[in-house]
Design a protein. Structure first.
Length: 732
C-alpha cells in the first residue's frame, strides 16, 4: 500500500563504480513503492559508470530519472548536496552507488514516516562482502527495542550507538529545508550532517527492517592511507560550529555532549587503533593534532574534560590520557611499551589460570603451543589415521565405513576417532577427546585425516599428510560457496571456509550429479573420487537374515510394517516441530505399523514427537542409520539427503514437503523436487496418507519413478566403495 503517494527523491552519487552501479540502480527501480524520482549525480567518473547509468535510464522509460554530471570530481558530500538541490520529492533517501536495497525498503520507511509524522526514519542494514557473505548490523538490538515507538530523551542518546551515516535514513524534505542542513565537502562528509540531525529537536523514529546492503568494497576511503584523513578535524569543527549557531534547535544538552564524546572516541581511535589510515610519517602529527583539537573544542563548548567518563570506553582507557599528554615521547613510549605491557598482563593471567584451573587451562594455552612448536616438528607417522564424523559427535557415516573396512584389510593402520566428551559410542574403537594432549599430538603426526565435515581451523596441513573429505550426503540443500552467496541460512566465514577446504586432497562423490555440484560449490584443488558412498556398502550386501538380525536388535516385530520418518532441520526455525502426527498417520493408513523417528543430527531428540516404544519408536540413539534403512519398508522424509541413500533399496520414499516454498526461499535447493520426485512428492499429510495407502494396495505407480531415481543417484553404489577408497588413497 502506498503511503499517501508522497514523492521520494532517491539520490545516488556515482564515482568510478562500474562494477556495482547497475545492481544498485536496478534495486532502486524495483522498489514496491512507486512514487519515486531517481537523481543520479555522476561526480566526474573516469570509468564506464556514466554509460551504465545511461543504459539503466534507457531501459526504464516509465521511471523518473534526473542525471547530473559534475565537470570535476568534488567528492561524495558535494554530490549529495547537488542531489538535494535538484530534488522535487517530499522525502529524500540516499543510496551509495556500490550498495543496494531490498524491494520493500522504501515502502517500509514511508509507512513508518507517515504513521508517526517523522522528520527522520532510521532503518536497519546489513554489511555485504564481495564473496556474498552478509552480516547484520551489530547494533540491531537498538532496533529490537526502539523501533516504531516514540523515543524518549534517553533513547535519543542511545541511537548515537548505531552506525552514523547518511544512507540509513529517510528524511522529510521540509525538515532538511527547515534546518538548512548541508553535507561537508571532503572526507568524512557524514559527520556534520548525521550528528547534527541526531542532536536536533526532531521527530526521529526507527524501522526494524534490514533492507539496505552496505557493500564492503576494497579500495574505499576507509581502507585508504592518505593525508586526506586529516579532514576529519574540519568536519567536526563544522559540526560544533553548526550546533553553536543553532543552539536553540538542539534537543538537549545530553545529545550535544554525546556528539563531543563520539568526536573524542573517533579521533583517539584514528590515532591508535586505526592509525593505518594515516601515512606512517604523519601518524604522530595526527595524534598531536587530535589532542589539540579535543582541548580546543572542549574550551569552546565550555566542557571540563574531567567530567567525561572516558575511562568507561575500553578503547579510550589508556589511549586518551597518552594522547592528551601532547608530546611525541609519550606517544612513542606508549606505542612501543603497550605491546609489552599487554604481554606481561597476558603472562600473569596465564600463570594465575594455570594455578586455578590446571587441566582446563593447560588444554587452552599450553597444548596449542606444544602442537605449534613441538608436535608439528615431529615426523609424520604413516600408520596413523584420524577419523571424525558430524563434528566429532558420532562414529558413523562414510568415515565409519572406511574405518571398518580398514580394520579388515589394513590392520596395520592405527585408527583414532575424535569424539566429544559425554558421547557414548560402540566399544571397539580408539577414542580421543577433542583438545586433549593426545588429540594435538595426533593432529600433528597423523598421516590420514578422514572427515565428513571439517577439522578445526587451527589444524595445519603438513606436506605428506592426506585429507579425505567423504561428504555426508548427495547435495539437495545449497552448500559451500552456493550457501555463502545465495542462501539466507548462511553463517559461514568465507575466509575460514576457504582455509578449511583448501586442505582437502580427495573428495568422495556418490554420483555424477554430485560431482558437478561439489566442483561448483567447493572449487578447490582436490582429486574427486567418483566411487559411490562407503556408508552404502551395507545396503548393497543385505539379505533377509541380516534384516531379521537388525530387527531383533531393535526389538521390532518381524511382520509389522516399518516406516522410517527422518526429517531434516529448518534453518529458518531452530525450534521447528514437524507437521506430522505419527499416531494419526498409523490410524489413517489402516495397517499395523511402527514408525521409527530419526531426527537430523542438529535436532537429535528435539522433534516434539512423543514415543510410546510400540507404535512410535525414538531411534535417535541408534548408532547406524543404514541399519534403520535396512529394516524399513517405507521412508518418509523432506529435504534430507538420506532419501538418496534409501533409493539403493528401491523401496518407496515419500517427500513430505509441507513448507516447500519457505524452505526453498530460506535455505535454497538445487533440485526441483516436485518435478524430480513427481508421484513421491506430497505437500499435505492427507496426500501422504493417500499415497501410502495406494502403495499398500499394490499400486505400481511408484515403481518406475523409484527405478529411475535409483539409477540416477545410486548407480555407483555396489558394496565396494570403501574398498575403492582404500585402494586409491592408502599407501601399501
Amino acid at each position: 500500500m502506498k503511503a499517501c503517494g508522497s514523492l521520494v527523491s532517491i539520490i545516488v552519487p556515482v564515482f568510478n563504480v562500474q562494477g556495482q552501479v547497475r545492481k544498485c540502480l536496478k534495486s532502486i527501480v524495483a522498489q514496491s513503492y512507486r512514487e519515486i524520482e531517481i537523481i543520479i549525480v555522476d561526480d566526474c567518473s573516469s570509468d564506464n559508470s556514466g554509460t551504465i547509468c545511461q543504459e539503466v535510464i534507457a531501459e526504464n522509460e516509465g521511471v523518473a530519472f534526473k542525471y547530473i554530471k559534475h565537470d570535476q570530481n568534488k567528492g561524495l558530500g558535494a554530490a549529495r548536496n547537488t542531489g538535494i538541490d535538484c530534488a522535487s520529492g517530499e522525502y529524500i533517501l540516499f543510496v551509495d552507488s556500490d550498495d543496494w536495497i531490498e524491494v520493500d525498503l522504501l515502502q517500509r520507511a514511508m509507512n513508518n514516516a507517515q504513521h508517526h509524522g517523522s522528520d527522520v526514519v532510521i532503518f536497519n542494514h546489513k554489511r555485504a562482502w564481495p564473496s556474498g557473505y552478509t552480516r547484520m548490523n551489530w547494533r540491531t538490538d537498538l532496533f529490537d527495542r526502539l523501533a516504531n515507538k516514540k523515543l524518549t530523551d534517553g533513547d535519543r542518546v542511545e541511537i548515537f550507538k548505531n552506525l552514523n551515516v547518511a544512507w540509513n535514513k529517510l528524511y522529510s524534505m521540509a525538515f532538511i529545508k527547515r534546518e538548512e542542513i548541508r553535507f561537508g565537502e571532503g572526507y568524512y562528509e557524514d559527520i556534520p550532517w548525521t550528528y547534527y540531525i541526531l542532536s536536533v529537536d526532531a521527530n526521529i523514529t526507527l524501522e526494524n527492517y534490514a533492507g539496505y546492503y552496505y557493500y564492503q568494497r576494497p579500495g574505499s576511503i576507509l581502507n585508504s592511507s592518505t593525508e586526506k584523513h586529516f579532514e576529519i578535524f574540519d568536519r567536526y569543527s563544522e559540526l560544533f560550529a553548526r550546533q553553536k549557531q543553532y543552539a536553540s534547535h538542539l534537543l538537549n544538552e545530553e545529545c550535544k555532549r554525546e556528539c563531543f564524546f563520539r568526536f573524542v572516541e573517533h579521533v583517539v581511535n584514528m590515532s591508535f587503533e586505526r592509525a593505518d589510515r594515516i601515512p606512517e610519517k604523519l601518524r604522530d602529527k595526527f595524534a598531536l593534532r587530535a589532542g589539540s583539537e579535543i582541548r580546543k573544542h572542549a574550551l569552546a563548548l565550555d566542557y571540563n574534560l574531567e567530567d567525561f567518563n572516558f575511562s568507561s570506553d575500553p578503547r579510550l582507557r589508556w589511549r586518551y590520557p597518552v594522547l592528551m599528554m601532547g608530546n611525541r615521547t609519550a606517544l612513542s613510549i606508549f606505542k612501543n611499551v603497550r605491546p609489552l605491557v599487554r604481554k606481561a598482563f597476558s603472562v600473569k593471567t596465564h600463570v594465575t589460570s594455570w594455578v586455578r584451573k590446571q587441566e582446563s587451562r593447560l588444554k587452552k594455552i599450553v597444548y596449542p603451543k606444544l602442537y605449534e612448536h613441538v608436535f608439528l616438528k615431529l615426523p609424520i607417522k604413516s600408520e596413523i589415521a584420524i577419523f571424525s564424523a558430524y563434528w566429532d559427535s558420532q562414529i558413523a557415516c562414510n568415515p565409519k565405513a572406511i574405518s571398518d573396512e580398514l580394520e579388515n584389510v589394513r590392520p596395520d593402520i592405527q585408527k583414532y576417532w575424535i569424539i566429544k566428551n559425554g558421547i557414548r559410542v560402540k566399544p571397539g574403537y580408539h577414542i580421543v577427546r577433542p583438545y586433549s594432549l593426545k588429540y594435538y599430538y595426533l593432529m600433528a603426526v597423523g598421516k590420514y585425516f578422514i572427515n565428513n565435515a571439517n577439522f578445526p581451523n587451527f589444524v595445519v596441513k603438513r606436506v605428506g599428510q592426506v585429507h579425505i573429505q567423504t561428504k555426508h550426503g548427495t547435495p539437495m540443500k545449497k552448500m559451500g560457496y552456493d550457501l555463502i552467496r545465495e542462501s539466507r541460512a548462511n553463517d559461514l566465514s568465507p575466509k575460514w571456509f576457504a582455509h578449511r577446504c583448501a586442505r582437502w586432497d580427495y573428495v568422495i562423490s556418490s554420483n555424477v550429479y554430485s560431482s558437478e555440484l561439489w566442483r561448483g560449490a567447493f572449487p578447490f584443488d582436490y582429486k574427486l573420487l567418483e566411487i559411490g558412498y562407503p556408508r552404502n556398502d551395507l545396503l548393497c550386501k543385505l539379505d533377509d537374515n541380516k534384516i531379521l538380525d537388525i530387527k531383533a536388535k531393535l526389538g521390532l516385530p518381524k511382520n509389522k510394517l516399518v516406516i522410517l520418518y527422518s526429517p531434516t532441520f529448518r534453518d529458518y526455525d531452530k525450534s521447528h516441530v514437524p507437521e506430522f502426527d505419527p499416531y494419526r498417520f498409523i490410524a489413517e493408513i489402516g495397517v499395523d505399523a511402527v514408525i521409527l523417528v530419526r531426527s537430523h543430527y542438529f535436532r537429535k531428540g528435539r522433534e516434539g514427537l512423543v514415543s510410546d516404544g510400540v507404535r512410535v519408536v525414538d531411534v535417535n540413539e541408534w548408532p547406524s542409520i543404514e541399519e534403520l534403512y535396512a529394516v524399513s519398508d517405507i521412508m518418509i522424509s523432506d529435504y534430507s539427503s538420506s532419501i538418496f541413500d534409501y533409493l539403493n533399496l528401491k523401496r518407496p520414499v515419500f517427500l513430505y514437503a509441507y513448507d516447500y516454498e519457505k524452505y526453498q526461499d530460506y535455505r535454497g535447493i538445487y533440485i526441483d523436487l516436485e518435478k524430480e520426485f513427481d508421484e513421491l512428492f506430497v505437500r499435505t499429510e492427507f496426500e501422504l496418507v493417500e499415497k501410502v495407502k495406494s502403495w499398500l494396495n499394490g499400486s505400481r505407480d511408484f515403481a518406475d519413478k523409484i527405478e529411475r531415481l535409483s539409477h540416477k543417484f545410486t548407480s555407483l553404489d555396489d558394496g565396494k566403495a570403501s574398498q575403492r577408497l582404500i585402494e586409491s588413497v592408502f599407501e601399501s
